[in-house]
Unconditional design. Sequence first.
Length: 195
Amino acid sequence: MRAKELFSSIEERMSAELFRLRQCTEFLQESKGEPLLKNLSQNETHDWFRQVKVRHHKKESPLIESFNEAFESKFGIQRIHQRAIFTNGVKSFRLQEGYQTYYVFPTNRYNFIYNPEITSSSKRYQSTFEELQENFDEGTVKGLITELLGYTYVSENLFEGIDKDAEIVFFGIPYYYAIHKNSFPEYEELYNMLI
């Protein structure tokens, strides 16, 4: 069977899901063919395609509070950290134990932010938070981190953020699509099926 016939056969079996992915036109256009990855828990009921609801998680920490405060006034969304999707490009992505790698496709009308220097905000700012706590009280440190976050994140040019291998944070959407990386080890094959 020739490669073109094989792709045609795959497309037929996956046509409904591929149609849904093609509706992510903003992301497909703005990412310029570069993938974003996310760790998702293993799930036997989903093989290659998942529609993931953006749920409100209950994690709390002084760092998360700083993140929320920094962006609540900027974007008017309360508890943005708990309602966001944190993704990475291929170079900065790290698979976590007990998880699987998925390509992320945010639905249209998403918002995004990134800091060009940050590949993992939780690791980077947690270590900064801990270092500052050696010299200042928690309230002062929280204020400094809040100010730092507010000034260092941008929401312009998604491709530039992906290209700089920054952690991209999506928010303001109810769900996103996720495709198991093992289904399309070469992202270009999937991307070409979608455009």
